[in-house]
Write a protein that binds this ligand. Structure first.
Ligand code: GLN
Length: 478
């Protein structure tokens, strides 16, 4: 029987088999079919994956060298463009739309021999924390199907959690990779803003969006990051800094580090008591082992969620203005008497779901001339203060420790009628997007309710190697 524990183990298996990639694809196709009810995939590229696998097996038989992701089976969130394949941001407004080019990350995955097996369900336009905002139905958490997997990259998280691919790509604007990773008990990384090209990623909030990786093995995370990161002429916000060989450099997990944690976070009234106790106990353990772990003040905590929701909705209202029914995607049925404005209104009212409409309205409001200074400018000022705070913390510490989410995975439907409560679930994850630093959620804990939860680590800009090294150390001695 085919089993997968890491890309390294899989590549060893390939060396003992003549049709290993094909076997792997067959295995995943069967697993996806078996777990259809989880709703993690919107589409599976079965035929194509099988034919790529056959080609990759033949390449190897012909003696071609193994590429970094040779035959590695992955899935992509439905906001990442894959040429000739549908992409829809899980929205009705993009129904039937086919990508006409590859996202840079897709290009890089394919160049290294990866097989993209399908596209994953997500919250519409990546807006949500539970994957209940998809036009194609909610995704279920494989550990307890009455619970959400988190969002917005819920389908990509469950695809990895339930063993329906080897790794997957999501996008993280305010926690959409780390939060579902936490809820599903897997690893989720959001690299530094600008580490990975956003070319071909459907934009939500451009100054926050970053592609991230779900996996079950930290070395795999490092390897995939190494493949997809780096400069790109198609994205002027991407960094030209050379990409380290993360997979080689993540090797010294036993160093002693200087950690900070935010007192206000661990004392927060919304934080589940058991999560707080576990994290505090963990901090004490790290101190006993010789790491420095110290509290730092974070009086700005109450402002992070409002700041995030003002700035991201403002950016979203502009980014989503292109979906108007004129050139592509959904267009409402019109009466002969309907004029252009009516066409826009009907199309956008029918094509966008409730949450997306709420955010477009909110974003338009905070950008309107009468309120711009009161909301948008103020929020930009808070963002600057948060950036100053970040530089201050990282001048004395290697990393910040934090819970990823205040609770474990909640029940489907539990928060869907209360947007504010849903937004508050993002309180610990939006910070790193506001300031652009890398962050990761690693699965270290189990709650007495049976659900997993993670520890979030943040490091300074472009310090992914250290963050991965710390994660490796913590996971190894779990
Ligand atoms: N839950 C957050 C939101 O709804 C984060 C989304 C994301 O990271 N894409 O905005």
């Amino acid at each position: 029987m085919f089993t997968f524990s890491s890309i390294k183990q899989y590549h060893q298996f390939l060396s003992t088999s003549t049709n290993g990639c094909t076997q792997a694809v067959q295995h995943y196709l069967a697993k996806i079919e078996e777990n259809k009810h989880l709703n993690a995939y919107l589409e599976v590229f079965a035929e194509e994956a099988l034919s790529k696998a056959a080609q990759l097996d033949a390449d190897r038989a012909a003696g071609k060298p193994l590429r970094k992701l040779h035959g590695v089976i992955c899935a992509i969130k439905d906001v990442i463009c894959y040429k000739g394949h549908k992409v829809g941001a899980s929205s009705k407004i993009l129904e039937g739309f086919t990508s006409i080019y590859n996202a840079t990350v897709v290009e890089k995955l394919l160049q290294e021999g990866a097989i993209i097996i399908g596209r994953n369900n997500c919250d519409e336009f990546a807006m949500g924390s539970s994957n209940e905002n998809s036009a194609y139905g909610a995704v279920k958490n494989a550990l307890d199907e009455s619970r959400v997997p988190g969002g917005s990259s819920g389908g990509s998280a469950v695809a990895v959690q339930a063993g329906l691919c080897m790794f997957s790509l999501g996008s993280d604007t305010g926690g959409s990779v780390r939060q579902p990773a936490d809820f599903c008990g897997i690893i989720g990384i959001k690299p530094t803003y600008g580490r990975i090209s956003r070319y071909g990623l459907i934009a939500y909030a451009s100054s926050f969006d970053q592609i991230g990786i779900f996996s079950t093995d930290i070395q795999d995370t490092a390897l995939v990051l190494e493949v997809i990161a780096g400069a790109d002429d198609f994205d002027s916000t991407v960094s030209v800094k050379p990409v380290p060989s993360y997979s080689q450099e993540v090797a010294e997990p036993n160093k002693k580090y200087r950690f900070a944690y935010f007192k206000e976070v661990l004392e927060h009234e919304g934080l589940d008591k058991e999560i707080a106790t576990n994290i505090k106990g963990y901090i004490a353990k790290l101190q006993e082992e010789g790491h420095t772990v110290e509290p730092v003040d974070f009086s700005l905590l109450p402002y992070v969620v409002p700041t995030y929701y003002i700035l991201t909705t403002a950016e979203a209202s502009s980014n989503l203005s292109r979906f108007d029914g004129v050139k592509f995607g959904y267009r409402a049925d019109l009466k002969p008497s309907d004029d252009l404005t009516t066409m826009y209104k009907k199309t956008r009212s029918e094509g966008f779901g409730k949450e997306v409409q709420r955010r477009i309205l909110l974003g338009t409001f905070v950008l309107s001339s009468g309120y711009f200074d009161a909301y948008f400018t103020k929020a930009q000022q808070v963002r600057k203060l948060l950036c100053d705070k970040t530089s201050e913390v990282f001048s004395s510490y290697d990393a910040i420790l934090c819970p990823t989410v205040p609770t474990t995975a909640f029940k489907i439907g539990e928060k869907s009628n209360d947007p504010i409560e849903m937004y508050l679930a993002d309180i610990f994850t939006v910070f790193s997007n506001l300031v652009g630093v890398p962050s990761i959620s690693i699965p270290l804990f189990k709650h007495s309710n049976g659900m997993p939860f993670g520890l979030q680590l943040m490091s300074n800009h472009f310090e992914e190697t250290m963050m991965l090294n710390i994660s490796k150390g913590l996971l190894e001695r779990k």
